[in-house]
Design a binder for this molecule. Structure first.
Ligand code: FEO
Length: 386
C-alpha cells in the first residue's frame, strides 16, 4: 500500500481494494477504491470512521500498529453507509472502552446496522459541539445529505484539518495514477449530485475555517492547492457547467443515428466548438455519461424512436439525469423517426420535468438517413450550439 503521511499525531489507517467490480453495486471501478480511515493520537485516541469489510484486516492491523497497545477512547462515526460503517461493531468489540461519537440522526440509524446494542456507548453530537482529545480538538459540522442524512464532518483546529466524510472523495485506489478531477467528478455527480444545495451549505460553513488539509473517506489526502478542489466543488454543487462545449449522447439501433451524431460532431468542430464529446449510450459507462452531461454547457440527445417512445437506453439516461437533478443546461434534440416520430416528444416530456433546461432549435427529425433537407437542419443546429 502507498504510504500516507499526514502528521505525527494523525495517522492513516485506511486501505485500498482492487477486487470489487462495482461500487454501490453500480459504478465501475477501473482503478479500485480507497476506504480511508484515520486515527488521532493525543491524550485520548480517536478513530475517524471505519472501513468497508473488503479491507477490514489491513485496517485493524494498521490501527493496532498505530495504537501501540494503547486503548481506543473514541470512534467518530461521520457517515453510516456500509463502506464506512461495516466495522463499527468489530471495533466496539475489540476496544470495549471506546465511546461512539455520532450525530443524533446516526444514533437512531446505527442500531439497524449492527447486531449488538451499543447505545450506552453513544455520545451524540451536533453542529458546534467540540470534543477535546488533549492538544487536538474536533469541531463537529452538520452536513446532512452529503451524502446521507446523518452525516457530520469534523474540523480539527490545532492542525487545521477537515475530516470531510464523502465530500472531496473519488473513485480509485490510493496508488491509482490518474487525474483527480475526472474520477472525483464521476463520483460527485453520480453519488452526491442530487444534493447540490446541501453541498453549497457545507461549502459556506467551510469558507469560515482555515483549512490546510482535507481528509476525505475516499481518494487522496488533499494538502495543497485546496482552492482548486473547493472551486470545482462550488461549480459542481451549484449546477454550473464546468466546460464550454457540447456533449453528444446517442442511442442507436442499427447505426443510422450514430452516423447523424458523428456528422454533428464534425460540424461542431468545423464551426469552432471548443470541445465536443460523444458517447454511445448502449456501450458507454452511464455514470461517465451523467458526468459529461453535468460537465459540459450543452448536451445533444440523439435517439431512435422506439415502440411509440424513445429507445430505452436514452430514456434510462434521461431518468438518471433527472434523479441527479440535472439542470441549467442548453439541450439540442435529434430523433430518428424510423416509421414513426416519437423520440423527440418523449425526450421533451422528460426534460420538461427538469429545471432550467433550454431547448436549442431546430429539433432535427431524420428519416433513417440524412437527406439534403435534414443535413441542412443539422448544420443549423450546429450553428445554434456554437
Ligand atoms: Fe463512501 Fe456515502 O459512502
Amino acid at each position: 500500500m502507498k504510504d500516507v503521511f499526514i502528521s505525527e499525531s494523525i495517522k492513516y489507517i485506511g486501505a485500498s481494494d482492487r477486487t470489487l467490480d462495482l461500487f454501490e453495486g453500480q459504478y465501475i471501478l477501473p482503478e479500485g477504491m480507497a476506504y480511508n480511515s484515520y486515527v488521532i493520537l493525543d491524550e485520548k485516541t480517536c478513530v475517524m470512521d471505519t472501513v468497508d469489510d473488503l479491507v477490514k484486516d489491513e485496517f485493524f492491523k494498521s490501527l493496532e500498529k498505530e495504537l501501540q497497545g494503547r486503548k481506543l477512547d473514541y470512534l467518530v462515526v461521520q457517515h453510516l453507509e456500509p463502506d464506512h460503517s461495516s466495522n463499527i461493531e468489530e471495533i466496539a468489540k475489540r476496544y470495549p472502552e471506546a465511546q461512539i461519537v455520532l450525530s443524533q440522526r446516526a444514533a437512531t440509524m446505527l442500531p439497524n446496522f449492527v447486531k449488538t446494542d451499543l447505545k450506552d456507548r453513544f455520545v451524540p453530537v451536533a453542529e458546534g459541539d467540540k470534543l477535546s482529545l488533549g492538544t487536538h480538538t474536533l469541531n463537529f459540522i452538520a452536513a446532512p445529505m452529503v451524502h446521507w442524512p446523518e452525516v457530520i464532518l469534523s474540523y480539527e483546529e490545532s492542525e487545521k484539518v477537515l475530516f470531510a466524510a464523502d465530500a472531496f472523495g473519488k473513485f480509485g485506489a490510493l496508488d491509482a495514477e490518474e487525474d483527480w478531477a475526472c474520477e472525483a467528478r464521476r463520483y460527485y455527480f453520480n453519488i452526491v449530485g442530487k444534493y447540490g444545495v446541501q453541498v453549497q451549505a457545507l461549502l459556506k460553513k467551510a469558507a469560515g475555517l482555515e483549512i490546510e488539509k482535507i481528509l476525505p473517506l475516499h481518494g487522496p489526502i488533499l494538502d495543497e492547492n485546496l482552492g482548486y478542489y473547493i472551486n470545482l466543488y462550488d461549480i459542481w454543487s451549484s449546477y454550473r457547467p464546468e466546460t464550454e462545449g457540447v456533449f453528444i449522447a446517442y442511442a442507436t439501433l442499427h447505426g443510422h443515428t450514430r452516423k447523424v451524431a458523428e456528422k454533428l460532431k464534425a460540424l461542431l468542430e468545423e464551426k469552432g466548438c471548443p470541445k465536443v464529446s460523444i458517447a454511445d449510450l448502449s456501450r458507454a459507462d452511464i455514470a461517465e455519461c451523467v458526468e459529461d452531461a453535468f460537465k459540459y454547457s450543452k448536451t445533444v440527445l440523439a435517439a431512435s424512436s422506439y415502440d411509440g417512445g424513445v429507445m430505452p437506453k436514452m430514456e434510462d439516461f434521461l431518468h438518471h439525469l433527472k434523479s441527479k437533478k440535472w439542470q441549467n443546461r442548453k439541450v439540442g434534440l435529434i430523433e430518428n423517426t424510423s416509421w414513426g416520430p416519437s423520440a423527440i416528444k418523449t425526450m421533451k416530456s422528460i426534460l420538461e420535468e427538469m429545471k432550467d433546461i433550454e431547448i436549442v432549435e431546430p429539433n432535427v427529425s431524420v428519416k433513417v438517413n440524412l437527406s439534403e433537407e435534414t443535413s441542412e437542419k443539422l448544420s443549423e443546429l450546429a450553428s445554434a450550439l456554437v
